[in-house]
Every structure is written in C-alpha cells, then in structure tokens.
Design a protein around this ligand. Sequence first.
Ligand code: NAI
Length: 301
Amino acid sequence: MADIRFDGKVAIVTGAGGGLGRAHALELAKRGAKVVVNDLGGAVDGSGGSSEAAAKVVEEIKAAGGDAIGNGSSVTDDAGVAHMIAQAMDAWGRIDILIANAGVLRDKSFSKMEIADFAFVLDVHLMGTVKPAKAAWEIMRTQNYGRIVVTTSSTGLYGNFGQSNYGAAKLSLVGLMSTLKLEGQKNNVHVNAICPVAGTRMTENLMPPEMVKRLAPEYVTPGVVFLCSDEAPTGVILTAGGGVFALARIYETEGVYLGEGALSVEEVRDNWGKIADPSGQNAYFAGGEQTQKFFRKMTAG
Ligand code: NAI
C-alpha cells in the first residue's frame, strides 16, 4: 500500500511547542502538510507564556524542508483563535486537519481544589478544543473534508487521584467528539480522540527515567497521524503509547426489563446481577441506538 501523505493539506496543531504536539506537527510536516504550530508557551499549570516555543518548532520544520507558521495565542482566547484560523486561510486557503492537543494540569485532591483551578482546567481543555474546532468547522464542511483529533486521557476515561478537574475536562472531549462525528459525517469531517501515554514534561516526574524514554511522544504520533489521514475512522478513542495501540469504548449492558407496573427499589437491587451482566453488551454509535434498545425491550415485555 502507498505511504500516507498530506501534500496540499493544511493542519493546525495546538500546544505544539513541545511534547506530543511538537511530535505530531513534525510528522505531519515531514509527510507534506503545511502546519500552523500553536503554543502559548506557558508552564505545565498554564502560567506565563511566550511565542518562542511555537517559533522554535516552526524553525525545526523549515530546517527539514517543510512549511509552517507559528501562533502564540491561547486556545481559549477568541481573538487569538480567530487569528490562528486567519493565518492558515491567508497563507494556504484551507484547513484540513485540527489536532486539539493543548493542555494544562492543576492537580490537587478534590477536597483541596479551588473552584478557580477547576474552571481553568476545564476552560483550557474543553473550550480550548471547542473554539478552534468551531472556527474550523464550516471551512471543513464547505471543503467536504476535515479531520479533527481531540486529546483525551486515561484520567477522563477511568479516573486518577488528584485529577478531578482534568478528568472532567478530558472526558468532556469524548462527549464533544461523539456528537461532532455524527454532525460531520455527511461532509466527510471525521472526528476522533487520542488517549496518549507519553513521557513529557507533564508526566516525567511520575515515571522512572527509563520509562520516560520508552514512552517518547513519537510513539503516540503515528496513531494520531493515522487519525488525520484519508483512511481515518470516525468516532474512535485510540489509546497509544510506547508502541502499544488499542481502542477504548463505552459499553452498555443489555440490561433487563422489569416492567412498568409497581416497580420498586428492591426489584432493582434483586436484579442487579442481570443489570450488570456483560453478555450481549454493546458499544453504540449514537444515543438513539440506546433508545431503540429500550423500545425493543419494552415492546418484548
Ligand atoms: P506538554 O505540557 O508538553 O504539552 C502541552 C502544551 O500545550 C504545552 O506546550 C503548553 O504550552 C501548551 N498549552 C497549554 N495551554 C495552552 C493554551 N491555553 N493555548 C495554547 N497552548 C497551550 O504536555 P503533553 O504531555 O505533550 O500534553 C499534550 C496533551 O496530551 C495535553 O492535552 C495532555 O493533557 C494530553 N495527555 C498527555 C498524556 C501524557 O502521558 N503525556 C496523557 C494523557 C493526555
């Protein structure tokens, strides 16, 4: 089969001044894409900022013979996002790919967490994905081509101590993807999620140095770049790291119909085994499929 190329395609990668985003941007550029490298250039907790981080990656891409533009805006800033979109459109006239990768951490146990830290982390991850996606959406729909990758996390899918804000933010992106995948389908706009495991400045203190090396961001990037390709599926959560690739899915058990008469709390307790029984469980592609199951079971009685 032919190599996957992005010649003539335009990509925006947010938070691409370092870590995973940088690796995604370099690989897309190596394969022919023109890339807007966005990064606020702040610390892991989102404080500070400088356009230097993005500028350095632009230099790397250009030194390797690629084409790139830097953008130092915050993904939460409306004017900054509008400028980023305008930069891509003015220079290259289209936007084919958006990798929403920018992210921050403000870890604390829920009992110690300030509401302001909760709101900040939600804003960067959720609105910092929604705003660029919304700004690129009509462009992609009009082109009848678009690939969007949102960045979720095992914390969002499964939880991690001290990361209630981050987990809530990260699973919100799966919710966003699940509806955008449906709304984009008619116009060939595919929307997927990456759930990375990588040794970056965000995680290097949580892992032994040997594992940081084996979990280099470059091991996540092939999965992300595949999700940006013509052959990308839509609506999947791809987990990737250290050479391992898998899909995460939300399953619902077949469940049980307990009737609509004198339903009691005890009946729920007494049928818990049937409610939780994994045989015949399903991963639905749209909410309506779950409703169909309810109708089917109610009709069957
Ligand atoms: P990183 O800290 O190296 O990269 C995040 C980048 O986003 C930084 O360069 C930062 O300056 C930028 N950024 C932060 N706020 C921004 C804003 N408002 N506007 C624009 N840029 C902003 O960390 P890493 O690990 O590369 O993270 C990339 C993404 O992957 C994040 O969304 C993170 O939550 C996610 N992730 C990473 C995992 C890992 O194992 N490293 C695990 C699961 C998710």
